[in-house]
Design a protein around this ligand. Structure first.
Ligand code: HEC
Length: 96
C-alpha cells in the first residue's frame, strides 16, 4: 500500500490544481509568495498583470545579481531564459 501511495501523491503534486493547468512549469512555486489575490500589508510585490517584459527583465537581473534581492536571486537561478519568458508571459496574463 505504502508503495502505491507515494507515486500517487507525486502524480497529484505534479498535476497541480486544475486552475493552474495552463500555467508554465514553476509558476506554482511563485504564487505561494506572489499571491493571486491582493495580500494587505505584504512586502512581497504583486506581479500578476504586470508587463511581461518587466517581469522577464526583473528575473534576469535577479539571476545575474545585477539587481540585489533577499531571495529572488536564488529563485531566479533555477530558471533558464525560455522558462523565464514563459513565466513572465503567464503572470502578465493573470488578472491584476
Ligand atoms: C519565498 C517567496 C517568493 C517566491 C517563492 C518567489 N518570489 Fe518573487 N519576490 C519575492 C520578494 C520578497 C521579492 C522582492 C525582492 C526580494 O527581496 O527578493 C520578489 C520580487 C519579484 C519580482 C520583482 C517585482 C518588482 O516589481 O519588484 C518579480 C518579477 C518576481 N519576484 C517574480 C517571481 C517569480 C516569477 C517567481 C517564481 C519563479 C517568484 N517571484 C517566486 C518573494 C518570492
Amino acid at each position: 500500500m505504502g508503495r502505491l501511495l507515494l507515486p500517487a501523491l507525486v502524480a497529484l503534486l505534479l498535476a497541480g490544481p486544475a486552475r493552474a493547468a495552463d500555467a508554465p512549469p514553476g509558476a506554482s512555486s511563485c504564487t505561494g509568495c506572489h499571491a493571486a489575490s491582493r495580500v494587505p500589508d505584504s512586502t512581497i510585490p504583486r506581479i500578476a498583470g504586470r508587463s511581461a517584459a518587466d517581469i522577464a527583465k526583473a528575473l534576469r537581473e535577479y539571476r545575474s545579481g545585477a539587481w540585489t534581492s533577499s531571495i529572488m536571486g536564488r529563485i531566479a537561478k533555477g530558471f533558464d531564459d525560455q522558462q523565464i519568458d514563459a513565466l513572465a508571459a503567464w503572470f502578465s496574463s493573470q488578472p491584476e
